[in-house]
Design a protein around this ligand. Structure first.
Ligand SMILES: Cc1cc2nc3c(=O)[nH]c(=O)nc-3n(C[C@H](O)[C@H](O)[C@H](O)COP(=O)(O)O)c2cc1C
Length: 230
C-alpha cells in the first residue's frame, strides 16, 4: 500500500483555451482524441445482407449503460459521404459484435483497420478465427478475450460526418481464464486490454491499481485514503 505523490497545483498552472466554434473539425478531433484517453477499442464484427463478414476497430466506443446493457460506437462516414462497411452492415442486419482488443490481438486489430474494399473478409486477412454468433448473425473472434453480441438499439444522426450506433448486448463470450464465474469478477491482467491514445498512440492496461471509493465517514476518519493505491 503506498500513498501516491501529491500533484502539482493544477489551479495555478498556465492554461491555453479553445473556443470549439472557431476550430476546424480536424482541430477538434485532435484535441478530443489527444485528451480523452485511454479509449477502449472495439474490434467490431458484422455481416452484410449476404452474410459476408467484416471486421474493423473503433475507439469512439464505450459502455454507456448496464440496464439496458448498451454499447456505443461513433462511426464516421467516408470522405465521399458513404457509410463505412460497419455502419452499412449494422443498418442492413441490425446487429454487431464487439470484440475486446487484448495486447495479443493488437496486430490483428491493426490489419482489420486497413481500408480494404467492401467484401474483403478482414478476419481472414488478419488470420483471426470467426466463431458463430449465438443470438446475432455476426461472428465473434475466437482470439478475443471477451466479445459482446449486440442487437441494434438506436442510431443517432449527429451531422454529416458520422453516426452514433447504440447496441444492446444480448450475449457475451469470455475466455474462461479472464473471469471468475462465481462472483463475475473480470481479471484485468488476463483480459490484457489495450487502449487508444492520441495520434497513433496506444497504451496497455498493465499499470493497474485498486482505489476503493470512500464513504463520508471513512473520508473524514482518514482523508489520505483518497489517494491510497494498492
Ligand atoms: C485503433 C483504431 C480506432 C479507430 N476508431 C475509429 C472510430 O472510432 N470511428 C471510425 O469511424 N473509424 C475508426 N477507425 C478507422 C476504421 O477502423 C477504418 O476506417 C476501417 O477501415 C473501417 O472499416 P469498415 O469500412 O470495414 O467498417 C479506427 C482505426 C483504428 C486502427
Amino acid at each position: 500500500m503506498t500513498d501516491a505523490p501529491t500533484r502539482p497545483d493544477a489551479a495555478t498552472a498556465p492554461t491555453v483555451t479553445f473556443d470549439f466554434a472557431k476550430l476546424t473539425p480536424r482541430e477538434r478531433y485532435k484535441l478530443l482524441i489527444g485528451a480523452v484517453v485511454p479509449r477502449p477499442i472495439a474490434l467490431v464484427t458484422t455481416v452484410d445482407a449476404h452474410g459476408v463478414v467484416n471486421a474493423a476497430p473503433f475507439s469512439f466506443f464505450n459502455c454507456l449503460s448496464a440496464d439496458p446493457a448498451i454499447l456505443a460506437l461513433g462511426v464516421e462516414y467516408r470522405q465521399t459521404g458513404a457509410q463505412k462497411d460497419t455502419g452499412r452492415n449494422v443498418r442492413e442486419t441490425l446487429s454487431f459484435t464487439v470484440n475486446i482488443v487484448s495486447d495479443a490481438l493488437l496486430e490483428g486489430m491493426n490489419i482489420c483497420g486497413v481500408p480494404f474494399e467492401p467484401g474483403v473478409d478482414e478476419l481472414a486477412q488478419a488470420g483471426l478465427t470467426a466463431m458463430p454468433g449465438v443470438k446475432v448473425p455476426c461472428p465473434w473472434i475466437g482470439q478475443a478475450p471477451a466479445a459482446f453480441e449486440c442487437r441494434h438499439h438506436t442510431t443517432l444522426g449527429i451531422g454529416n460526418s458520422r453516426e452514433i450506433i447504440l447496441g444492446e448486448v444480448v450475449y457475451a463470450h469470455f475466455r474462461a481464464d479472464t473471469i471468475d464465474t462465481g462472483n463475475l469478477h473480470v481479471d484485468p491482467a488476463a483480459l490484457d486490454a489495450i487502449g487508444r491514445m492520441g495520434g497513433h498512440g496506444y497504451a496497455t492496461t498493465r499499470d493497474y491499481f485498486d482505489l476503493p471509493g470512500l464513504s463520508v465517514a471513512a473520508f473524514a476518519a482518514d482523508p489520505a485514503a483518497a489517494n491510497r493505491r494498492r
